[in-house]
Write a new protein. Sequence first.
Length: 122
Amino acid sequence: MYIEDIPEGNLRYGYTTGACATAATKAALIGLITGNIPDEVTIELPVKKNAVFKISHKRLENDYAEASVLKDGGDDPDVTTGLFYIFKGLYVTRERYKDPWWKGYRGCHAGGSSGKAREFRH
């Protein structure tokens, strides 16, 4: 396998799926906690450098927050480049906790749409 038309000089950096998902998660959780989803967030990468991500989509309603980041693979793209990574978060209030579906869950919860990973933390 080889790469044709390699640009001269350095390649443009891109970000991993995990970095994009982390940035979207951070933005939505900031929204749940403060009541305001930021336009951009900074995360620390494993190489101990900071990366700033623009938040592409924001939605905040009472105890629900949603934020997305557009994946940019740089000059070494993969099939996920150009996709939006969306985080949806919900704060389980005392009233919602009374509903049997939520029994056992308290605090902030993250969930994916159908076919996606779903995570709940007690």
